[in-house]
Design a protein around this ligand. Sequence first.
Ligand SMILES: [Zn+2]
Ligand SMILES: [Zn+2]
Ligand SMILES: [Zn+2]
Length: 138
Amino acid sequence: MHTEADWAAQLHSHDRRVTKQRLAVLAAVGQLPHATAEAVTDAARATLQALTLQSVYVVLADLTALGMLRRIEPPNSPARYETRTGDNHHHAICTSCGKIEDVDCAVGHAPCLTPSSTTMTIKIADVLYQGICSDCGP
Ligand SMILES: [Zn+2]
Ligand SMILES: [Zn+2]
Ligand SMILES: [Zn+2]
């Protein structure tokens, strides 16, 4: 888990001011891995009531561009955010309820799948496992 001091140091290293908004969003994403922007806003309002969904979108986009957050885009679902970055882990999504779990990459480095043929230099294999979670399952 990241502490507020960790986040402040990372923001400084990216030449971003340490604001209450950024800290509230980072803390909320840390508590709720794979949360939507709306869920992040609800959670962050517990500490910062005046926060708007629009400003949360702006903060999430900026922190994702900096690499402090990772954005996941599951099919047919709004984007999710998480603080677990830089380890090339994958995701499993329940096709019934939309719950998302982390799946450690068996290889660890990106890309972990080598295509049999392509003219491109591949950087990332974006793996999304789809299945049924234990709450929804048979
Ligand atoms: Zn489910
Ligand atoms: Zn994840
Ligand atoms: Zn992998």
